[in-house]
Design a protein around this ligand. Structure first.
Ligand SMILES: [Ca+2]
Length: 187
């Protein structure tokens, strides 16, 4: 009788342990911060960016429009090339919300130190296609889409689809909330 009780207790403890272990297995390993920040729109200033791909740091010299900037990467203050944000398209300055997009982009990045990440396409000489991150880790391409200053622009035959799903999710949120051009221009 006594022995049976003890066996039952041992069995129970074993079961509890097995359940606990399987729960830990389901939860997976703790998330590494190296995997997340590329999709973060608003990380607190000073947080570390954990980039998944190589980036090139530089300073934004000039904002051309809602999706194009010029960069100084060798530190002499003069622009070295243009960067076109990849995966997104902001309205032209003569189109609805084009002026607003330019102003917003300027407030966001002009004079800022930013990191550039390439997807598949380099871009043509002097005009590189890149994802852009602020030093506080905000993802510029994503912010523009999320706030309704740009739409996702990834043609079917594009090879630059690394963050297509994330961009489309952000666009859906912007459209749902009628942000920026979605409300003002009936995109
Ligand atoms: Ca330069």
């Amino acid at each position: 009788m006594r022995r049976a009780t003890k066996t039952l207790k041992t069995w129970r403890m074993g079961a509890v342990l097995a359940i606990a272990l399987s729960l830990i297995a389901l939860a997976g390993p703790p998330a590494s911060d190296a995997q997340e920040p590329t999709f973060m729109l608003y990380l607190p200033l000073g947080s570390r960016c954990g980039f998944n791909y190589p980036v090139l740091w530089g300073t934004v010299v000039r904002v051309i429009d809602g999706d194009t900037i010029t960069m100084d990467v060798n530190g002499d203050g003069y622009e070295d090339f243009h960067v076109r944000y990849v995966g997104v398209n902001a309205p032209e300055t003569n189109e609805c919300y084009g002026r607003e997009a330019t102003v917003f982009n300027r407030q966001l990045v002009e004079g800022q130190r930013v990191a550039l990440e390439k997807d598949y396409t380099e871009g043509s000489y002097g005009r590189l296609l890149r994802y852009v991150y602020l030093s506080d880790c905000r993802w510029v391409n994503g912010v523009l889409v999320r706030e309704g200053y740009a739409k996702v622009d990834i043609p079917d035959d594009s090879r630059d689809k690394r963050y297509a799903a994330q961009l489309r999710t952000l666009e859906e949120q912007a459209r749902w909330e009628r942000r920026g051009g979605w409300g003002a221009c009936g995109w």
